[in-house]
Design a binder for this molecule. Structure first.
Ligand code: ATP
Length: 436
């Protein structure tokens, strides 16, 4: 293996606590008589001076035994993943640490999870996705800060190039197709020509169809969590990869326009209304699904095995938002209760989508914005002073009539027709009198 080069400056780019932890781990590895390395994305990011809070270390030897030792020494929580001989620790100061054993991987069939065997560092780096992610920094005291770069990752970083380590890479693990797009977009890198060819060949096969729902979902949502998801979407469309979500899915026309309007809509939302959680990657998936029929939405939900919570949010999108936006754009005056009828039950992501698809004349967009703003900041926080019990005491029959009266009361309150508890009581009595 090419000799390692001493780069003490690299680890010094880490925050102080992390740096001293790595020093201590190196000493612990010396006591154990094993070699220890910092590996993967964090090494790449140290080289490009990008913040990265993941600490992935790998032991040339028994990683699980070393993880147990570290957990004992630091009183840390530990989860072991036997299949991959790795351990995940959370230290008392909140630092997360993944400890693995250097290993070689083989694939019994394309797109399957790999079989794993212990191996030396060079082989461990060879099993990785791209040269820029296949570097390691040694942590043992005598070699602390030595950079191992057997596949010229540094060179590719300088040349802004994404390069696979061998020609079977995308076939072994088609998630690397998405990873290549993600890293290229994130860093503004290009695919090395042979890598680009191999990716196109793999993308044209049905390999991605063999990926499990959670693995495909993870890759799609990671792509959409990058700063400019619209670029990744363009790549997905160009490579015809959206077919793996659903054959009818296109990134064109309205969905493209909406995705392009999202940054502005999101910025406004965060500034003016954003006190609740908003799932940005999911919002981009919803934007992509804008305008498709509900069965397509359902098929994508199933293919990606979305969680119940994610599925609920995604189902609120699709073609049905067209009707909502039409309502919001229309009529110069729209009573607050009408605005609530249109927007009630929609998750935050759908509200942002409504804004993003409001496009058109400035006055119309301003109207939609104002209505969404009023709803998000005021209308949806309003409730009736009277509760169900109060209505029973006023003589409403138990059961559905209570809910119906509460809804009427709320609408009257939203529209300013009733005010105060006494006003609400009077409203209910008048309704009862009218009904009898
Ligand atoms: P990010 O900055 O997005 O977290 P990362 O490179 O740290 O990027 P991880 O998914 O945390 O990405 O993976 C850590 C390392 O594990 C990678 O740098 C790479 O060396 C290796 N790796 C991850 N996924 C794969 C894969 N599908 N095939 C091969 N190697 C992989």
């Amino acid at each position: 293996m090419k000799p390692a080069i001493s780069r003490p400056d690299l680890l010094r780019r880490l925050p102080r606590k992390r740096l001293s932890l790595l020093r201590e781990l190196g000493t612990l590895a010396d006591e154990r008589g094993v070699s220890l390395y910092l590996v993967g994305g964090v090494v790449r990011d140290l080289l490009v001076k990008r913040k990265n809070f993941d600490l992935d270390v790998t032991v040339e030897g028994d990683g699980v035994a070393f993880a147990r030792l570290v957990a004992d020494r630091y009183g840390a929580g530990l989860a072991i993943f036997e299949r991959f001989a790795t351990g995940r620790l959370v230290l008392a100061n909140g630092i997360k640490l993944d400890i693995a054993s250097t290993r070689r991987e083989s694939y019994s069939k394309p797109a399957a999870l790999p079989d794993v065997e212990k191996a030396l560092l060079k082989e461990d780096l060879y099993r990785r996705d791209f040269t820029i992610n296949a570097m390691a920094i040694q942590l043992n005291a005598a070699h602390f800060g030595h950079l191992h770069d057997p596949y010229e990752g540094q060179c590719d970083l300088k040349a802004k190039t994404i390069r696979v380590l061998h020609e079977g890479s995308f076939v072994d693990d088609p998630t690397r197709i998405f990873r290549a797009i993600r890293f290229a977009q994130r860093f503004g890198f290009h695919l090395e020509s042979e890598t680009a060819r191999l990716l196109e060949v793999a993308a044209a096969t049905d390999l991605i169809a063999q990926l499990s729902g959670p693995r495909l979902c993870n890759e799609i949502l990671l792509l959409f969590s990058e700063p400019q998801p619209q670029r990744s979407l363009e790549q997905l469309a160009k490579l015809n990869l959206l077919r793996f979500l659903h054959p009818d899915l296109r990134y064109a026309g309205t969905s493209k326009q909406i995705v392009r309007s999202l940054p502005k809509a999101l910025a406004w939302w965060t500034r003016c209304c954003g006190q609740h959680f908003l799932d940005r990657p999911l919002l981009h998936l919803m934007a992509l699904l804008d305008g498709v029929e509900q069965p397509v939405v359902e098929a994508v939900v199933a293919r990606l095995t979305l969680s119940h919570e994610q599925a609920m949010r995604v189902r609120a999108g699709g073609k049905r938002l067209k009707v909502v936006v039409r309502g919001l754009r229309g009529a110069r005056r729209l009573r607050p209760s009408k605005v609530c009828r249109l927007l009630n039950g929609l998750p935050e992501e759908a509200l942002v989508l409504c804004l993003a698809r409001a496009g058109g004349q400035a006055a119309t967009v301003a109207r939609v914005k104002q209505r969404i703003f009023d709803y998000a900041t005021t209308f949806r926080t309003i409730s009736t002073a009277l509760r169900g019990d109060d209505l029973l005491r006023l003589g409403i029959e138990p059961g559905p009539p209570v809910g119906r009266m509460l809804a009427l009361l709320l609408e009257a309150k939203l529209d300013g027709v009733v005010k105060g508890k006494a006003g609400e009581r009077a409203f209910v009595r008048a309704r009862l009198a009218g009904a009898s």
